[in-house]
Write a protein of this length. Structure first.
Length: 217
């Protein structure tokens, strides 16, 4: 009898392509991650912003999981507000204006938690040839939709920082996301409980030096 390994079928259903009403409910510190583009390798501090999606697909069916909960989709960013940074571009589009020079000195990311947006979801093909569903654009919710009334948010608002990790929240992450965070040098300076190892200095919290007096919208 032979033993044959093959690619298994995934039961994961991606968010449908198109524009959707969405609510930001989670921000995750991924630590420093390896990035490769056009043969150039860099190590950059990354974050993940996660949205719950509300609305209907093209057939008019609610966009829900098998548990009748809003689907979710996320986007990873380099933690930077530099001129060409995607985070700056998306936040600027979302809030309806660019950052001033003073604001670029520190923007508290927790200000986007609970904020509604219109996200554009599209399909891309990765370098491995597989097709992925990604957030292409993040824009403010039109006044007409806001005036009609926004739905109630479903998920608890959370922010996860490697500097001071909430291990109960960490345990709810997928194995893939946990492994990604654990691969970062910032996490490697922790013990199994998430505390800094005594022989290493605490890594700087990527959210700690961002001012909290700058409203998002």
């Amino acid at each position: 009898m032979s033993i044959v390994a093959k690619e298994g079928e995934s039961s994961f259903t991606p968010v449908p392509v198109g524009m959707h009403l969405a609510r930001c409910y989670r921000i995750v510190d991924l630590g420093t991650q390896k990035s490769e583009f056009q043969g150039q390798v860099k190590y950059l501090r990354k974050i993940m912003i996660q949205f719950e999606v509300h609305g209907e697909d093209e057939s008019g069916k609610p966009i829900l999981t098998q548990k009748n909960e809003p689907m979710s989709i996320s986007k990873n960013f380099t933690l930077s507000l530099a001129d060409k940074a995607t985070l700056r571009k998306d936040l600027s589009a979302w809030r309806g204006r660019d950052f001033t020079e003073e604001e670029r000195k520190g923007f508290e990311l927790k200000n986007v938690l609970g904020v509604w947006a219109m996200i554009t979801v599209a399909k891309d093909v990765g370098s491995n040839g597989k097709e992925y569903t990604n957030i292409k654009n993040i824009n403010p919710v039109p006044k007409s939709i806001r005036s009609a009334g926004l739905p109630e948010g479903h998920n608890k608002l959370d922010i996860f920082s490697i500097d001071n990790p909430d291990m109960q929240l960490f345990d709810t992450f997928s194995q893939f996301l946990q492994d990604k965070i654990k691969s970062s040098p910032e996490w490697q300076g922790k013990d199994s409980s998430g505390k800094a190892k005594s022989h290493q200095s605490e890594k700087a919290d990527p959210f700690a030096d961002m001012g909290d007096d700058i409203p998002f919208n």
